[in-house]
Design a protein around this ligand. Structure first.
Ligand code: HEC
Ligand code: HEC
Length: 201
């Protein structure tokens, strides 16, 4: 595929995501979300809790953008993300429930960036910063914040996009270009930045 065509496809995909995240930006009720989040906290509320087979850390949701959380839950529900437990969890939630739990997990504001990035930006990150920031904070609410996320989870997610276990047109094409070393360097760098936290009820 030619570069111009790939760039046009990427542009179209980004435009679609922007529209989708605007449509999803309806305000959630964080107080109601706190009650709904009770079952979620059995995994997401425990620092360093691990997924089994394969073993990797359960993602941090505290300070993550609400628009992104809503989109991620919709993707588990639709099967675009194949994780069986999260599919099961997501199918129990209505659109209003998703907006409410997302408002609770994000909190009053998305995670704030650090004063300056920690450590040297890996070369491969040049392709990522327009959307995820040099500091790892999503440049738009629909772009996930990677700062402070567990490194092993970030690496798992990138491999899943690469292998098509997570279907996302934008991330699929970016992840396809990464080597194993790139993935480890990027995951390590973004995990070191101040940002996301383990939520508390
Ligand atoms: C049994 C443990 C468990 C429970 C309970 C659970 N989750 Fe998860 N959650 C996970 C794991 C593991 C992942 C990572 C899945 C993957 O690799 O895609 C995840 C991923 C997510 C993500 C995607 C995060 C990201 O950065 O993309 C969101 C959002 C989420 N969970 C929300 C919830 C909500 C809301 C609930 C409650 C309704 C819930 N989870 C209940 C284990 C759990
Ligand atoms: C055009 C904007 C854009 C670019 C460039 C981009 N991303 Fe993403 N990224 C996104 C969006 C949007 C998502 C959410 C996709 C979804 O819903 O699964 C995402 C998801 C991710 C996730 C999963 C986060 C989570 O919490 O599960 C990781 C990790 C990630 N990107 C890393 C990268 C890396 C590393 C690069 C550079 C090689 C990159 N991204 C380039 C927009 C982008």
């Amino acid at each position: 595929m030619g570069f111009a065509k790939a760039a046009r496809m990427r542009f179209a995909a980004v435009a679609m995501l922007l529209l989708a995240s605007l449509a999803l930006a309806a305000d959630g009720d964080a107080a109601r979300g706190r009650k709904l989040a009770y079952t979620c906290m059995g995994c997401h509320g425990i620092e360093n809790y691990k997924n089994a087979y394969p073993k990797y850390s359960v993602p941090r949701l505290g300070g993550q953008g609400a628009a992104y959380i809503v989109a991620a839950l919709a993707e588990y529900q639709a099967g675009a993300r194949s994780h069986p437990t999260m599919r099961g969890q997501a199918t129990t939630l209505s659109a209003q429930d998703r907006a409410d739990v997302a408002a609770f997990f994000q909190g009053p504001q998305r995670a704030a960036p650090g004063a300056r990035p920690v450590g040297a930006l890996p070369a491969a990150a040049a392709a990522c910063t327009a959307c995820h920031g040099q500091d790892g904070v999503g440049t738009l609410p629909g772009n996930p914040t990677l700062a402070g996320q567990h490194a092993d989870y970030l690496a798992q997610a990138l491999n899943d996009y690469r292998l098509g276990k997570r279907q996302n047109p934008v991330m699929g094409s970016f992840a396809a270009q990464l080597t194993r070393d790139d993935i480890n360097a990027l995951a390590g760098y973004f995990a070191k930045q101040p940002g996301l936290s383990t939520p508390r009820l």
